[in-house]
Design a protein around this ligand. Structure first.
Ligand code: 9WN
Length: 422
């Protein structure tokens, strides 16, 4: 594998902080220089988590900058454009300035992303210092974000939030979306973008753009999503994260002088719906369009509901069995492949179709810790640190030999390393 001399903990920490400093624009952290020149929603949450112990004030600023992009509907966009840097799909695709509910001060995308933010604020409150004022300030925005998901995004009507675009999952080319994407019309826009082609060689990207434009042309209306939009999926990772975020908000409520009860009730609704709608021996995404059915493939997203401390013990045992088996980390040298390796779609080289990611490793480590699984927590910590020590802060990694893939100096890989080292 592509290696580099072993670095000790202190050197790794210095390198991580240097990457984050280089990727800090003065108001926010870009995911990676060049390739991702704006602020991405869940990336910023992971950056804030990693910075919580080192630069809590900067981490708080990171989240405040993201929330500047929040729409009056409560929707927190998946990209906030603080600068005119070129990126496709940029502001001319999303046209947030034409939306009454979008902010005037900043341009944004029109989609959302996994709602990691309350968890990130909780992390900052827990590990940073003097955070009560910050918690009070952002609490209403977080509550509004959750209210948006519970109302405008409960497209199945059973208590889960639906994603309406692969980008909203944060795992855009996951094989879980292959089938729902294949059901959409064949789209050829006739432009090509070399970098995006490498990610989506089969023209899936044109369908991504088409889906985004349909939603935009419908004025980003929830009624359109409910009645017409052709892509709507209840994803176990998105909803597992949302559940954890509701629990975090309940714990933060007293700090903000608010009642925790509605957030605990929201968590309970998600918990029940996850069990009733997404469990069939493992958690799978539910396609609300193609005949309302579970998409059979297991991915790293299948483990999202493990973030729930109240997940029934027998479900925890079954999920951990799958995670540790030869379908996932039992067969690879490094944790955790993003897709089960026995699946025909598994590809160790392509983004969310096989490689390991630091953020999902971190989420599973958090889940293991929540359930008191010390050995697994340790395995995920050391395995992830081995990846970054050997290959650097790459975007993702080959799960078999640990070599780096995607871009370099990737912010969440650096930030979460800081947390893993703590
Ligand atoms: C589309 C920024 C983002 C991450 C996603 C990751 C990737 C973009 C892309 O990069 O998505 O938003 O170009 O593929 O899949 O998780 O937030 O780092």
């Amino acid at each position: 594998m592509e290696g580099r001399p072993a670095v000790d903990d202190a050197a790794l920490e210095r390198e991580a902080l240097a990457v984050l400093e280089a990727n800090w624009t003065g108001v926010a952290t870009v995911p990676a220089p060049g390739l991702y020149p704006h602020q991405w929603s869940w990336d910023s949450a992971f950056v804030a988590i990693g910075m919580a112990r080192h630069r809590p004030a900067q981490a708080a600023q990171e989240l405040l900058s993201l929330l500047e992009g929040q729409w009056a509907t409560g929707m927190v966009p998946h990209i906030v454009f603080h600068t005119p840097e070129m990126y496709f799909p940029g502001p001319s695709v999303w046209r947030s300035q034409d939306q009454e509910s979008a902010p005037n001060s900043v341009l944004t995308s029109g989609l959302t992303a996994p709602p990691m933010h309350a968890l990130a604020v909780w992390w900052l409150w827990r590990h940073g210092s003097d955070m009560a004022g910050f918690v009070r300030r952002v609490f209403p925005a977080l509550a509004a974000q959750h209210h948006y998901l519970a109302t405008s995004r409960d497209l199945g009507g059973a208590g889960l939030a639906a994603i309406v675009h692969p980008w909203e999952s944060g795992m855009d080319d996951s094989p879980a979306w292959d089938e729902p994407l294949a059901a959409l019309p064949e789209i050829r826009y006739g432009y090509r973008n070399v970098d995006l082609d490498e990610r989506h060689p089969d023209s899936a990207h044109d369908r991504y753009v088409w889906l985004a434009l349909r939603y935009r042309n419908a004025g980003y209306r929830s009624e359109y999503l409910r009645d017409e939009h052709p892509f709507a999926i209840e994803d176990p990772m998105f909803n597992g994260i949302w559940l954890a975020a509701c629990m975090a908000l309940a714990e933060l409520a007293p700090v903000a002088g608010e009642d925790p009860a509605p957030h605990l009730e929201q968590a309970a609704r998600i918990r029940q719906a996850l069990q009733e709608r997404l469990w069939d021996g493992c958690f799978h995404a539910r396609d609300l369009r193609g005949g309302d059915h579970l998409i059979p493939i297991s991915t790293v997203g299948s483990f999202g509901p493990l973030l729930d401390p109240a997940l029934p013990a027998e479900r925890v045992v079954s999920l951990i069995e799958v995670l540790e088996s030869a379908r996932f980390m039992g067969a690879t040298g490094y944790p955790v492949p993003s897709c089960e390796i026995r699946a025909a779609q598994f590809d160790r080289t392509r983004y969310w179709r096989g490689p390991s990611w630091v953020n999902t490793n971190w989420l599973l480590r958090r889940a293991a810790a929540v359930h008191g699984l010390t050995h697994l927590t340790q395995l995920l910590t050391t395995g992830t640190l081995r990846l970054v020590r050997q290959a650097g802060f790459r975007e993702c990694f080959d799960p078999f030999d640990g070599s780096g893939r995607g871009c370099r100096d990737f912010s969440w890989s650096a930030a979460l390393t800081l947390d893993l080292l703590a």
